[in-house]
Design a binder for this molecule. Structure first.
Ligand code: ADP
Ligand code: ZN
Length: 729
């Protein structure tokens, strides 16, 4: 156990709150004293706020004027290693510490007294009278299976008053029940038998076991279907045997019930679940169970990294290359990198699993910083699909159609054989552009520098930057001519139209995140498809992530060139990853699969690398190129985004920054910009960006801090620092 400091009554202590003050404030310890890391309520001005005891006070404030801690909350104190983790994360990402603390205290109702509480769940009765509000309540309950909610939470989710819920309870359509605050978690048993592993899997498992219990990052690289999950579940088993806790991070969308069932099958009980679809009550329960050590295993999205584990012994980051690990709003951090940081502090093993690792991780394995385990064969009889390009310059295709004759022929063959075919297009909506044929005007968002995307299913235009919607107009907003507006280019909805026209007798499913009301609905549809409920599947990138369609034998990529446009540092890497992942969907069971890529530039080096299948050659070429330009992972970068209501002042500030660059020149860094950010206006705020590029070993953060410190920002201008930027939007 850590040696926690205890503070005597009236001692001067520092308390960190998540209020935007920037640093811990001094208080007096309460009457019974308190421990370091204790969660406390303190007075702040006229309010009571939640805080964490953050060491001894610094003594700058007159002790006679210090206020006393009001209450120590009945939860285990924040451990020293968690405090260190938050501090180092704040330092690394240059996020104010209070903002980082907020990530670690995000479990509403956390501090309510134990006992019983009332919950509301679906009942069998029917109300005499249905109203929209009542329907919404019942829908929310139905959507969450058998889960129960607290009154306020249910009312908020359904956007109704609490009276509506109580009315339903009277009729029996909703049941009111008293439940103990926290049902215990069932024990996971690592001694239950694992599957019989292949030789390759067994070897990887042995190596993971050998490294258990200490900080040691491992890249677990294996094609889709090679059994990475089976292998890392054995690492979890070893961690549980050692009596420590295990955390498995997954991209939100990959958090399926299928995955949870696999855990249950292996260990005989379900793990704790932490993501946006989990009710507040459940979150609170899991938060506490992590702190007490009762929760042995947590499966969660990126924010699960901030749970107060008592003794974390393993972190698995599945699909470690996934861009959704990067949080792009508020605290800007990459959960994969922060997982490695957290593990290094608490002495945990780290497994980064992927079929197509990020270049960062690949390079760390190359340099020996991470160990690397390979799974080369798909489990069982299935092989990696064959990949071929279709040269679109040779295809004759009518206007406003996107499936070439070759691909149409191949899809037809699959359907005749009773197999499934998937068409992949990474574009939501009906058409990316709406243009006026009279004046050439393109309909844009009023608040962003972006074109509005037609979503015909929702009957509106949507801005993919800010979410703004408007009705699809019939007259051009610019020249006022009627009936001349036309969609340009395809989105998945338009592709669906083409499929219905060409394959009128086939059953079609369209998988796009915006077409489903909830993650649960999407997952249900995926399960139906896996069970044979569709012949043709159209999907955006959500289909690339880990879903298992056993009868799928053909993947057709409508536009393999799409991701190669644009100047993004990672364009090649992302296209390569996405194409390999999508192709990996085909041929998982006995039937052999093929992936066909429609491309207008099949000779492009990235397309050739994808088809060639020599992954290591691709990574080496990509690495050499980045190395020659000293960009990540061979150099460091930071983005500085200035945003505000007017463009001119942002540029002026940006120019000042660029001129006063001594702190950066001291470490040999280079500055680019100011330039308009690629999306130069979002939600009515202009954005100007500077990029800083430094040597890998350069002390970038302190230099950046000295650099931006010189600035006095006007109130309406915000400055955000993005260390290791992922997207260059
Ligand atoms: P990955 O995580 O690499 O995509 P999975 O672990 O999901 O691979 O394995 C793919 C499929 O093969 C799953 O359905 C899994 O249950 C099965 N599988 C993998 N290894 C074994 C094994 N040793 N015994 C039985 N089934 C296995
Ligand atoms: Zn917008």
């Amino acid at each position: 156990m850590q040696g926690t400091e205890r503070y005597a009554p009236g001692a001067r202590i520092a308390v960190l709150t998540s209020e935007p003050i920037g640093r811990p404030l001094d208080y007096l310890a309460p009457e019974d004293g308190c421990e370091d890391g204790a969660f406390v309520l303190v007075p702040l001005g006229p309010r009571k706020v939640l805080g964490v005891v953050w060491g001894a006070g610094d003594g700058t404030f007159d002790i006679k004027r210090l206020r006393r801690v009001l209450q120590v909350l009945d939860v285990p104190p924040m451990r020293r290693e968690m405090q260190q983790f938050l501090q180092r994360m704040a330092d690394y990402t240059m996020t104010p510490l209070p903002q980082v603390l907020r990530l670690a205290t995000r479990a509403p109702g956390l501090f309510d007294a134990p006992g019983t509480r009332k919950i509301y769940r679906l009942g069998a009765g029917t109300p005499e009278r249905m109203t929209d509000a009542r329907t919404r309540v019942l829908e929310v309950l139905a959507d969450h299976g058998g889960a129960g909610f607290q009154l306020g939470e249910l009312a908020a989710l359904a956007s109704v008053s609490t009276q509506v819920v109580k009315g339903l309870a009277k009729s029996g359509a909703v049941l009111e029940a008293d439940v103990p605050r926290d049902a215990p978690f069932l024990r996971l048993d690592p001694a239950r038998p694992s599957k019989t592993l292949s030789a390759e899997q067994a070897q990887a498992t042995d190596q993971l076991r050998a490294g258990a219990g200490q900080f040691a990052p491992v890249l677990l690289k294996g094609v889709t279907g090679s059994g990475k999950t089976e292998v890392y579940l054995e690492a979890v088993a070893e961690c549980l045997r050692q009596g420590r806790q295990a955390l498995v991070l997954l991209p939100e969308i990959a958090l399926s019930s299928e995955f949870l069932s696999r855990v249950e099958a292996r260990f005989g009980a379900l793990p704790g679940e932490w993501h946006s679809g989990v009710t507040q009550t459940e979150r609170r329960r899991l938060w506490k169970a992590c702190g007490s050590g009762e929760a042995q295993m947590v499966v969660g999205a990126r924010s699960a990294l901030f749970l107060p584990f008592r003794d974390l012994g393993l972190i698995v980051v599945d699909e470690e290359h996934d861009t959704s690990y990067k949080q792009e709003e508020g605290a800007l951090y990459n959960a994969r990198d922060m997982a490695v940081l957290r593990a290094s502090i608490c002495g945990a093993q780290v497994v980064l699993a992927s079929a197509t690792p990020s270049l960062e991780t690949w390079a760390n394995a190359e340099s020996g910083k991470y160990a690397r385990l390979n799974l080369n064969a798909r489990y069982g009889v299935s092989e990696m699909p064959q990949m071929q390009s279709i040269d679109m310059r040779d295809e004759s295709i009518e206007s406003n159609h996107w499936i070439g004759p070759t691909l149409v022929g191949e899809v037809t063959k699959r359907i005749q054989r009773g197999e499934q075919a998937m068409l992949f297009l990474n574009r939501r909506g009906y058409a990316p552009v709406t243009i006026c044929r009279a004046c050439g005007h393109q309909i844009g968002c009023d608040h962003c520098d972006a074109r509005m995307v037609e979503h015909r299913f929702q009957k509106q235009l949507v801005c993919h930057q800010c979410g703004e919607t408007k009705p699809i107009p019939t007259t051009c907003p610019s020249c006022k001519v009627e009936g001349k507006l036309a969609p340009v280019g395809p989105g998945v909805e338009r592709l669906a139209e083409e499929v219905r026209e060409r394959f009128p007798d086939s059953r079609l499913a369209v998988l796009s995140s915006d077409l489903f009301a909830s993650a649960r609905a999407l997952k249900e549809t995926i399960a139906q498809i896996a069970g044979g409920g569709a012949d043709i599947i159209i999907g955006t990138q959500i289909v690339a992530k880990g879903h298992n369609f056993p009868n799928l034998t053909l993947v057709g990529v409508i536009d393999a060139d799409l991701g190669l446009q644009g100047s993004d540092l990672r364009a090649a890497e992302r296209t390569f990853q996405l194409m390999r992942q999508v192709a990996g969907r085909a041929g998982r069971a006995e039937a052999k699969g093929i992936a066909l890529l429609q491309s207008y530039q099949p000779e492009h080096p990235v397309i050739r690398a994808i088809l060639g299948g020599d992954e290591e050659a691709f990574w080496r070429a990509e690495a050499a190129q980045r190395q020659s330009q000293s960009v990540p992972p061979y150099g460091r970068m930071a983005g500085i985004i200035l945003s505000g209501p007017d463009l001119k002042p942002l540029f002026d500030i940006g120019e000042v920054l660029a001129r006063q660059s001594q702190p950066l020149r001291d470490i040999g860094a280079m500055i680019f910009g100011p330039a308009p950010a690629p999306v130069a206006r979002v939600r009515g705020r202009y954005r100007v960006r500077l990029l800083v590029k430094a040597d890998k070993k350069a002390p970038l953060q302190p230099a950046l801090a000295r650099w931006v410190e010189q600035l006095r920002l006007p109130n309406n201008v915000r400055l955000a620092i993005d260390i290791d930027p992922q997207s260059f939007m």
